[in-house]
Design a protein around this ligand. Structure first.
Ligand code: DHB
Ligand code: FE
Length: 280
């Protein structure tokens, strides 16, 4: 059977992708950030996941503001790297896992979560930046990826409770797939994060640390936290953090914290990263 072995949370700041692509990783501004992911790259080389179920948000790239699905699962055999205005990032295209994705869609929809099926889309920095941070710059990505796009761009995004519950349904779906596969679930976005307006650049270290602690130990308070708390405490785009709760829902209640990293700033946001492992 397929198994969800581990969960990864990571910010997906686009400037990190640009710094990598422009070979600035050794510069004083960027080095501490990339150093913080050295453990993670070694860990991934040992874990060798077959598939990553990658929760992220599309930033008006594949979906315009004309059509905004709340939860969209990528069921295609492959996904091209999006052109977000400067040409596509020079990273490999993503190979999908269409049979597993179709199985997850079937199971999760039968469990009463209404997913949008996406048979063709390009993937933006929300997906490619965490791939770079976790895998570096291979010729081809070392695993298949099921993109799972969540609306956190246009009001109203899904609640934390809904995200946590769908994470549980996704795990149940993955673990009823007959093929032996090592599957990781990733949640991306966050942390403190306000891109525009009077509060642009807002950083709330205490909130971010408490969120990391809750994710690692007991997420029950985070699951109940209303959107307005994310926005007041962590900035308007801080609401991306609800996507981490999908990953947390796919993990054991007593999942083990393997690694944690927090860094300020990258662009004008805080970067958070957490690795959890399920019990063997
Ligand atoms: C920025 C954009 C993002 O989508 C994000 O998650 C973090 C930062 C930015 O433009 O700086
Ligand atoms: Fe984002």
């Amino acid at each position: 059977m397929a198994r969800v072995t581990a969960g990864v949370a990571s910010s997906h700041v686009p400037a990190i992708g640009a710094a990598w692509d422009l070979k600035k990783t050794g510069e004083p501004y960027w080095k501490p950030l990339f150093d913080g992911f050295e453990f993670s790259k070694r860990w991934e080389a040992e874990q060798k996941p077959d598939v990553v179920f990658l929760v992220y948000n599309d930033h008006a790239t594949a979906f315009s503001l004309d059509i905004i699905p709340t939860f969209a699962i990528g069921t295609a055999a492959g996904f091209k790297v999006a052109d977000e205005g400067w040409g596509p990032r020079p990273v490999p295209d993503v190979v999908g896992a269409p049979e597993l994705a179709a199985h997850i869609a079937q199971s999760v929809i039968q469990d009463d979560f209404d997913l949008t099926l996406v048979n063709k889309m390009d993937v933006d920095h929300g997906l490619t930046v965490p791939m770079t941070l976790m895998f570096g710059q291979p010729e081809a990505w070392p695993c298949r990826v099921i993109p799972f796009a969540v609306n956190v761009v246009q009001f109203p995004p899904p609640s934390g409770a809904r995200c946590f519950a769908i994470g549980k349904a996704i795990r149940k779906a993955i673990e009823s797939f007959p093929e032996d596969l090592n599957v990781q679930v990733w949640g991306t976005g966050g942390m403190s994060h306000q891109i525009s307006g009077a509060r642009a650049g807002l950083i709330n270290r205490a909130f971010d640390q408490a969120f990391l602690d809750g994710m690692a130990k007991d997420p029950s308070a985070l699951i109940r936290m209303p959107h307005v708390d994310y926005m007041r405490e962590a900035g308007a785009e801080g609401v991306e953090l609800v996507m981490w709760l999908i990953m947390r829902g796919a993990m054991d209640a007593d999942a083990r914290e393997i690694y944690r990293f927090y860094h300020v700033p990258a662009s004008n946001t805080a970067v958070g990263h957490l690795i959890l492992e399920n019990n063997p």
